[in-house]
Ligand binder design. Structure first.
Ligand code: DC
Length: 223
C-alpha cells in the first residue's frame, strides 16, 4: 500500500495540495481534521464542552460517524446526516482543536485512520500522520507558511464558502489559538517527523507544491 502523509498547521495549504496529489495518483485523499471536526460538532450539539475529557471519552465510544466517498470525495456523516459543510465554521475549528487534545479521542480516530490506510492507497492529511498515525508512511511531507499567509488563505476560503459573519482578525486569532493548542498538547502534538520533507508554501502556488511532492513520489514509487 502507498501512503503519503501530509502534515502542518492550519492554512499551510494541506487540503488543496493533498487533494491535487491524490487526484494525480488516482488514490484516496483522507482529511483527518474532518473527523475531529465531526466529533466537535457532536459534542456542541449535545451541549458538551469540547474540553470535557470524561464526557468526550464516552462520546467517541458510541458516536455514529461514518466517512462516505462520492467518487473520491470525502463526506462526513453524523447520525445519518451529511455534515461535510457544517463542520467548516470557525466555532467548529476551535472545538476540533480542543477535542483533538483528548487522548481517548485521538486513540479512536487513529484506529480508524490506520484501518483506512491498511485497506487503501491514500494521501492522508492532518497534524500527526507522519509522527504517529502512519510512522511507516511511504512519503512524509510537512507544509509550513507564514502566519499572515495562513490566516489570509483561511479567510478567503471561508468567504468563498459563503460565510459572512467573519473577519480576518477573528480568523487570525482562531489560527493562533489552534497553533498553540495543537503544538502544545501532550499526546501526538503537531510536529514535523524527523524523516519528513518540509516545504514552505508561503510564496508557492498549489500547482508548484503539488509538483514538488509529485517529484518526491516519483523518486520513491513506481507510477
Ligand atoms: O485540519 P483541520 O484544520 O480541519 O483540523 C481541525 C483540528 O483538528 C486541528 O486544529 C487539530 C485537529 N487535528 C488533529 O489534532 N490531528 C489531525 N490529524 C487532524 C486534525
Amino acid at each position: 500500500m502507498i501512503s503519503i502523509a501530509i502534515d502542518g498547521p492550519a492554512g499551510a495549504g494541506k487540503s488543496t495540495v493533498a487533494k491535487a496529489v491524490a487526484e494525480e495518483l488516482g488514490i484516496f485523499y483522507l482529511d483527518t481534521g474532518a473527523m475531529y471536526r465531526t466529533v466537535a460538532l457532536k459534542a456542541i450539539r449535545g451541549g458538551i464542552s469540547t474540553t470535557d475529557r470524561e464526557k468526550l471519552s464516552s462520546l467517541v465510544n458510541d458516536i455514529d460517524m461514518k466517512i462516505a466517498f462520492e467518487g473520491k470525495e470525502q463526506h462526513m456523516i453524523l447520525d445519518g446526516e451529511d455534515v461535510t459543510e457544517l463542520i467548516r465554521s470557525p466555532e467548529i475549528s476551535i472545538g476540533a482543536s480542543n477535542v483533538s487534545a483528548i487522548p481517548e479521542v485521538r486513540i479512536k480516530m487513529t484506529e480508524l485512520q490506520r484501518k483506512f490506510a491498511s485497506e487503501n492507497n491514500v494521501v492522508m492529511e492532518g497534524r500527526d500522520i507522519g509522527t504517529h498515525v502512519l510512522p511507516g508512511a511511504t512519503i512524509k511531507i510537512f507544509l509550513v507558511a507564514s502566519a499572515e499567509k495562513r490566516a489570509e488563505r483561511r479567510y478567503k476560503q471561508l468567504l468563498e464558502k459563503g460565510e459572512k459573519n467573519i473577519s480576518l482578525e477573528e480568523i487570525t486569532k482562531e489560527i493562533e489559538y489552534r497553533d498553540k493548542n495543537d503544538s502544545s498538547r501532550e499526546f501526538a502534538p503537531l510536529l514535523k517527523a524527523d524523516d519528513a520533507i518540509e516545504i514552505d508554501t508561503t510564496d508557492l502556488t498549489v500547482y508548484q507544491v503539488a509538483n514538488k511532492i509529485m517529484n518526491y513520489v516519483k523518486q520513491k514509487v513506481e507510477i
